[in-house]
Design a protein. Structure first.
Length: 119
């Protein structure tokens, strides 16, 4: 038996998306010295809205990454900024921790409802 709520499913998608953000940031950092590499990213809020509008039966679909505009390229054509990527990683980690905290709270509420009769 699977116990899920609408909120727990939404938080699961939120966590999947923050995980995608961290993977993308890690990929950018891994290519900091690759000539011609362009920083990849996605609009988190827009992707979250897209995920939430997708039926739950479809499951999680990967975020659509694209080149990030407005970054200064070095002479070799690479535009990865360690400062930007460090900030993006920190933001994604905070979002992930918040999602985990909210999910724990949601499941503790569900568990309280399940065990309400035994009290």
């Amino acid at each position: 038996m699977q116990v899920t709520t609408a909120l727990s499913e939404a938080l699961g998608r939120y966590l999947d998306l923050t995980s995608e953000q961290m993977k993308l940031t890690a990929g950018n950092l891994a290519n900091v010295d690759t000539p011609g590499f362009k920083t990849q990213g996605f609009d988190f809020e827009q992707e979250l809205a897209r995920q939430m509008s997708t039926p739950s039966e479809a499951g999680f679909t990967a975020a659509v990454a694209q080149e990030v505009d407005g970054l200064v390229a070095r002479p070799d054509g690479n535009n990865v900024s360690l400062d930007r990527e460090g900030m993006e990683l920190a933001k994604a980690q905070l979002k992930f921790r918040m999602g985990i905290s909210l999910l724990k709270h949601e499941y503790s509420t569900v568990m309280s409802a399940i065990h309400a009769e035994t009290k």
